[in-house]
Design a protein around this ligand. Structure first.
Ligand SMILES: Cc1cc2nc3c(=O)[nH]c(=O)nc-3n(C[C@H](O)[C@H](O)[C@H](O)COP(=O)(O)OP(=O)(O)OC[C@H]3O[C@@H](n4cnc5c(N)ncnc54)[C@H](O)[C@@H]3O)c2cc1C
Length: 390
């Protein structure tokens, strides 16, 4: 690999340096082998946990380092820039926030220190359903109160890492949609202990996808959850997960920045080395300009990620900025991926260069965790005041 291209205003240099060192122990061969057989990166996640990088957002009193979202964006960006993938574990950073902000003292004391130490994995976030899609208010997985427990029935789809998580933050309806004042009322968040649930009302079915993402379908058939696992108040769950979703969008935008930097680093180095027609291909402006454009787009997107993270850290409303960071970063990383592959010529398709793997991986972020159209719709109606279309 060539030299790292410095981007403007990189925050948290010590964290970045430490993450780079850790990631150097998990080179392309490691990720390629896992990708080939769709294996979960257990060793990598263990190393990150041990080094404390997955608990940067957990307050010190619960065993974490108590840093802000900006520190977490630095961790994920560097993982992705190194050629790795934080998708295996990034959810812990934002699902934990739901427990931290809305959980009871007892829940925080019981779970957060164990999550910080790595004893418990809180990697699964169960929201999406086949019948609802992006319209979360239409979810129909239902949790019915029955004495000191809730009985859950329904189905979720695309729930990633469910097989590799001890706990899942689950969103269910507790009041049918047509019996609530607002469509976003009547949903509740639960902490599901996966170790007790699987085989006792919860079935997990893996979905093989174009990337190694450990995503699954979940089937709930009279799953009993202790009532003490309800997070916050019944009926307010949708509002609780919204700020988690902002954190998720900002963190995933940071992963896109890392992906984009990976492609630019690799393609710049390749363009310097590869000789065709007696000169380096990077001497041709037709090769230089797309890379320069990718760098410009990525730098702008990175500033929006930092801005959204700063608003989040300050406790300000940041829904629009989180969305804008996600769309800019995911489009910038995709442009960098497309150009990075082009510049590698035939070798862009060869597994051993890691370009084709990262190309597949970074494409996800224009669809998940929220698709581009839905972000544009948010900006059109909430920011520009245009009429709602749905
Ligand atoms: C690999 C992977 C991992 C995932 N992990 C998780 C997870 O861990 N937990 C979880 O809860 N979910 C997860 N998801 C789900 C993800 O958040 C959704 O796939 C995403 O939000 C899009 O929802 P959908 O697939 O239902 O698409 P739909 O809502 O069916 O939309 C399909 C397409 O139509 C467009 N569209 C829909 N309505 C409109 C409209 N009104 N105007 C314009 N365009 C519209 C959308 O933009 C999209 O392009 C994951 C998905 C994938 C693929």
């Amino acid at each position: 690999m060539g030299r790292l291209i410095r981007m403007p205003l990189e925050s948290h240099p010590e964290i970045r340096e430490a993450v780079r060192k850790l990631c150097a122990r998990f080179p392309g061969e490691y990720w390629r082998a896992l990708d080939r057989d769709r294996i979960y990166p257990t060793q990598f996640v263990a190393a990150l946990t041990e080094a404390g990088f997955l608990s940067v957002l957990i307050p010190e009193e619960y065993g974490g380092s108590g840093l802000g979202l900006g520190a977490a964006t630095a961790v994920l960006e560097e993982i992705h820039r190194s050629g790795g993938n934080g998708g295996a574990c990034h959810a812990q950073m934002y699902t934990m926030g739901c427990v931290l902000r809305h959980g009871s003292r007892a829940q925080k004391e019981r779970y957060l220190p164990a999550v910080a130490s790595g004893e418990l994995r809180l990697q699964a976030f169960g929201v999406t359903e086949p019948g609802a899609g992006t319209d979360t208010t239409r979810i129909s997985t239902f949790a019915r109160r029955d004495g000191d427990r809730y009985i859950v029935n329904g189905q979720k789809i695309w729930i990633s890492r469910a097989e590799y998580s001890d706990l899942m933050v689950l969103l269910c309806r507790t009041t049918p949609r047509d019996q609530t004042r607002r469509a976003s009322d009547g949903m509740s968040v639960f902490l599901v202990d996966m170790r007790a649930a699987v085989g006792n009302g919860l079935t997990i079915r893996p979905i093989r996808t174009m990337i190694n993402h450990a995503t699954t379908e979940l089937f709930f058939d009279d799953l009993a959850i202790p009532a003490e696992n309800l997070v916050g108040e019944e009926g307010k769950g949708f509002h609780y997960i919204l700020d988690g979703m902002n954190a998720e969008r900002i963190l995933i935008a940071a992963e896109c920045i890392g992906d984009g930097r990976f492609f630019i680093d690799r393609a710049s180095a390749y363009a310097q080395d590869r000789q065709v027609f007696g000169r380096a291909i990077g001497q041709n402006q037709g090769v230089q300009f797309p890379l320069a454009r990718a760098h410009v787009q990525l730098s702008a997107a990175s500033l929006m990620v930092d801005h959204a993270a700063a608003l989040f850290e300050a406790g300000e409303a940041c829904g629009t900025e989180a969305n804008m960071a996600k769309i800019l970063a995911s489009e910038a990383s995709w442009y960098a991926a497309d150009q990075g592959l082009q510049i590698h010529g035939g070798f862009g398709f060869a597994e051993e260069y890691d370009i084709e793997r990262k190309f597949r991986e970074t494409r996800l972020y224009q669809v998940a965790p929220i698709s581009t159209n839905l972000i544009l719709s948010h900006v059109a109606t909430h920011v520009l005041g245009l009429p709602k279309s749905f």
